[in-house]
Design a binder for this molecule. Structure first.
Ligand SMILES: Nc1nc2c(ncn2[C@@H]2O[C@H](COP(=O)(O)OP(=O)(O)OP(=O)(O)O)[C@@H](O)[C@H]2O)c(=O)[nH]1
Ligand SMILES: [Mg+2]
Length: 311
């Protein structure tokens, strides 16, 4: 039987699914795959789709993927949200469009939990992205849920971040306050078929005009994701942002930042794993007792655990 990596590079989707499961398990077997895959990644353009709950992120992700399929690109979708319609199989929004997308061999959908075992973003999202990239998807869309630190972190994993707003919620203004606007490369006013869309567009325009002038101007695009409207403009805006990243030298800087961030966070995880596997429950318990009784301080206890783990 052919080896899994070989089948992966032949474009076998089941091999991709298996490799992703192994990577996500966080065990060393995943690391082995990454060693082979990573050198073949770095070609895809990654797009984060973020915004308030119910703003239409899933619908828009599906519609944008359909636009890329029209342009003959292969698309990977990562839904960082267990409640996403992509992960539940219960397809919200435009059922037919979404279903045909999921059956399309040029599209691959993967969902993952937003939080890793240690809290924070699922630690393997960068690996999942790299694997899809190495598999040959030209565009990788990452849908996130909610508004907060996780979104900012995901924005760090994607080259282009799209912030989805919609009329009548006031969420957009909250997003500004939360600082999410600062990580947005493209602003979208979705649900443009609903009342209040024009007003939201002018509000956002006014906000954008306050931003310090820069080489790159954040575009504002109106969409009706349920009808696929505005997707061609959105795809063009993504390409323009990509071009900006390339010509300004930002792409290189971003790649280095990503590399630095990944190395450090993986190293942190490795150290934690070592500490956990290097000390027995009994050892940890005895340190816990001593600290609780004020016999030793927590710094000394932690230092002892770390020292024991590297021996
Ligand atoms: N009228 C209108 N409804 C839309 C549009 N886009 C999405 N919707 C509807 O808005 C609802 C939420 O859409 P989703 O795509 O699930 O939104 P989401 O942001 O992914 O939602 P969560 O992941 O639950 O936060 C669905 O009922 C969609 O059909 C649009 O352009 N116009
Ligand atoms: Mg969703």
């Amino acid at each position: 039987m052919k080896d899994l990596t070989e089948r992966f590079f032949e474009g076998d989707r089941r091999a991709l699914a298996r490799v992703l499961s192994r990577i996500e398990s966080g065990r060393s077997v995943g690391r082995e795959y990454m060693r082979n895959l990573y050198p073949r990644s770095g070609n895809a353009h990654t797009i984060g789709v973020t915004g308030g709950a119910g703003s239409g992120k899933s619908t828009l992700t599906g519609a944008l993927a359909a636009e890329y399929r029209k342009r003959n690109y292969k698309v990977g979708i990562i839904a960082v949200d267990p409640s996403s319609p992509f992960s539940q199989g219960a397809i919200l929004g435009d059922r037919i469009r979404m279903q045909s997308l999921i059956l399309d061999p040029g599209v691959f959908v993967r969902s993952m939990a937003s939080r890793g075992a240690l809290g924070g973003l699922a630690p393997t999202i960068d690996d999942v992205i790299a694997a899809m990239d190495a598999f040959g998807f030209e565009y990788i869309l990452i849908e996130t849920v909610g508004a907060g630190q996780d979104e900012v972190e995901i924005a760090g994993s994607a080259l282009t971040t799209i912030l989805v707003n919609n009329p009548g919620t006031g969420d957009d203004i909250q997003a500004m306050k939360a600082g999410i606007i600062e990580v947005a490369d493209i602003l979208v006013v979705n649900k443009s078929d609903l009342p209040g869309a024009d007003m939201l567009v002018s509000q956002l325009k006014a906000l954008l005009s306050l931003a310090p002038s820069s080489e790159y101007e954040v575009p504002l695009i109106s969409t009706i994701a349920t009808q696929g409207e505005g997707m061609s403009e959105l795809a063009t805006a993504v390409d323009e942002h990509r071009k900006y990243l390339e010509t300004s030298g930002m792409l290189e800087i971003r790649r280095k930042d990503d590399a630095r961030h990944q190395i450090l966070s993986i190293a942190q995880r490795m150290i934690l794993e070592n500490i956990r596997s290097g000390s027995s429950e009994a050892q940890i318990e005895s340190l816990v007792e001593e600290v609780a009784k004020r016999v030793i301080d927590p710094h000394t206890a932690a230092a002892k655990m770390v020292a024991d783990s590297v021996e």
